[in-house]
Design a protein. Sequence first.
Length: 193
Amino acid sequence: MKILQVCSAEQMGGGERHVADLTRALIERGHSLHLAIRESSPLPAALADLPVTWHRFGLRNAADLVTACRLASVIRQHHIDLVHAHVARDYPVCGLAARLVPEVRLFLTRHHFHSLRANRLYRWALGRTERFLAVSRSVASGLADSFPGLASRVSIVPNWLDPLVLEGARTRDESRHTLGISRPIAVGLLGQL
């Protein structure tokens, strides 16, 4: 399967680590991965060792019609089977691209609990979304509230921590280095705030 992941983030945070881990896992399972990113994205450096096809776009905002048309062109040109968006501002852009290429499947992952302001145009753009993936019950509830007509398409897929990432890390300093934590104070949260 050819998968286009879209992530306009410009810093490496939890959502971007999720995209990187998911990309690795999908490639290990034999899928062909394309990533649509901003020029300043940290993802190419994080995935430099993988056979990823990169597409660089402006991905300026939710009403970026130029990028939606360019994404549709990439989908057609590379025979993409599935588009997976990870950042809220990318959702409508990907939704519009999917409307332009009706045979592509659209998935969205919601990493944050903030509700989406889904006006009629926004809901129309995302109306072809096959699956909304939420990282927790509270996020799923927010998606169902934002898109009541599509609530049956919301699934919960919690984030994960790959145990192999920590393999060999035995001390606090080794673990902080392995996880890329450089600030003096780090707080880990398990559960729901």
